[in-house]
Design a protein around this ligand. Sequence first.
Ligand code: ADP
Ligand code: ZN
Ligand code: ZN
Length: 743
Amino acid sequence: MNKYADIIVDISHSKLDKVFQYHVPDNLTQKIVIGTVVNIPFGKGNKNLKGYVIGFTDKPNFDVDKIKDITGVASMNMSIEAHLIKLAVWMKERYACTIISALRTLVPINKKVNEKTQKEIIRIIDTDELKSYIKMWDSKNYKALSRASNHLLTCERCKQSAIIKKADVSPTVLLNLEKKGIIKINSERIYREPYNVNNIRRSKNKLPNMEQQIVINKVLSNLNKESQVHLIHGITGSGKTEVYMQIIDKVLEKGQQAIVLIPEIALTPQTVRNFISRFGNQVGVMHSKLSAGEKYDGWRRARDGDISIMIGPRSAVFTPFKNLGMIIIDEEHEMSYKSEVSPKYHAREVAIKRGEMTGAHVVLGSATPSLESYYLAKDGKYTLLELKEKAASTNKLDVRVIDMREELINGNKSIFSDTLRNEIQSKLFNKEQIILFLNRRGYSRFISCRQCGYVIKCDSCDIPYTYHAFGDKLICHYCGKTISMVSKCPSCNSKYIKQFGIGTEKVESYVKKEFPTARVLRMDLDTTTRKKSYDTILGKFRNGEADILIGTQMVAKGHDFPDVTLVGVIAADLSLYMSDFRASERTFQLLTQVTGRAGRSNLQGTAIIQSYTPEHYSIAKSKEQDYIGFYEAEIQYRQVMKYPPFSNLLVLLIQSTNEKELIRRSYELKNDILLVAPRLGLEVIGPSPANVSKIKNNYRRVILLRSIGYKELMQFINRYMERLSIKYKDISIQMDINPLISY
Ligand code: ADP
Ligand code: ZN
Ligand code: ZN
């Protein structure tokens, strides 16, 4: 019998990150299984805490007399599938996090929410009897009882909320009616639903084209085999969503469930709508902007088998389906699949692991797969599938690259090349839509003094302020600090302050100047602070309420705007010279994505990429729309430079408010690491100032450890990091394994 339970206490403290044992009282043996969340007395004061049951034993490792009893099952029924508990244990190993932080990521909420119920009123007497009651109440002037009963004359069953509103009565009146035997009040559990499924028109499967059919068949033929990873490399517009939906159709037919991961819900409302219109109320949606109640309900519905498909960002990979058959990861190259807080997991890795544990299959899809995934696919580790044609259009996208250096030589100092300007004009004339893309918000990149060269920076961060014409402000994009625009140089007092570089706000003002009749929308972080603003801007553009949409990478994502025939990239080089070994990959991905917004219907699409370095392979290959060509150039660079996928990286980010101490201690730390790391075959690089060497008054340095194998990196962490963190607790050390961001 399960007499003792192994329990992880729900408390964040690295010292307590171990298994505690509790006795299972007889009356609870039936109710507690692996994954149940229980209440336990903890510590000397027997503080009432929550704990996760992760296993059972007959013979405890402690003195039986000292073992305490589990008090009960936690009030909200939050129990976790046993295989997900195993997944959390794997995450602890893989990402060097605490087990409790891994367990907590499995449940979407951590505080108590109330289950929502709906009450229904059922009249249990006939009309005549009710009428005599009403007569009596009218004579006694019991107005509320009379109003409620009159309402009941028109309906034998109605929602309590409806009768309260329409008859203007309080719930006590209804309780009174129930006591008198006139009605019965039924309580029913209901789920909060973030989307109104009934408002979305239902759609049927499309007839797949030949390529789509081949991909669908291949995946389906693997369904009865052991878990496999498939990578669909499909150009933008090749109809990957349709492929996903037809695969899921069959998964559901087998009585299994499916998870669909998408990078960011707010930016892809269309994907959600597509799925709901195909699968109706079998679909649940999870995202960060939902209320705690909506999250909890979505999670419960999945666990209780009330839905079969969950769509959401990376955390949806933990959806507690009992018989999971398929995990689909759309735009698998996106950075948002890696968590930036502990556990710093990658949803793709977790999905593949969960697949291995449960037999579920994984489908990755992208027009520009990550180098890591494509490498594994070419290596035969993943099944590589391709979609090379557009599904709904026969037009080839016409991509042109404009060398902005030549424009300058020819005397064009504007942000628009002649070609782009002419194209904008002609599309406006034809009443077609245009997207202009620039990956920087604000008005200008930085402002500096022309007399002494002083650049005005945020005093808490080592970052130049960005000028925002709206409000005439300077904003730090790292800490958000905002000051008013200066009129004099803070350093030499000269009046010659100049703005350098451009942002989306400036693009907007130029567009308005050069094309005064065009209707313009702008979408970036500054215009989308409110909850619904994405939907509003995207909706307006879709409805043709604007001719030009200007934006940052928010406009680059998977939107399907059929009337867009021109995409202009104002400055393609912006992302190219970041100090990040992934800069070329990011640039290629971004250019492919954003240019893919043009020509999605039967109208011919044109994309114009303005660049100061058109010869760079990221730009040249995106002109040819040649992912494989890009991959071959980039993979060589990675191999020569020993970057992933040819190595694994561990970043140690070291921070302190004292710059001198930070420098001294970071060298000491490096020397300590050098005593042990080379034995494990690890290369140690740094310490060097982080990309942004100061944020919010914290100075930042980075030590990079590089290893060919993942295992050696983990050995280093497991053997030495705890000791090092204690020795260097005066400077904070954060770890990130194989980060996607550059520190
Ligand atoms: P991707 O995600 O690969 O970029 P989408 O899934 O957005 O492409 O598909 C592009 C367009 O093609 C959509 O409007 C979609 O409805 C349409 N489409 C997809 N498959 C088919 C098909 N078999 N027949 C007709 N239209 C299709
Ligand atoms: Zn100056
Ligand atoms: Zn700042």
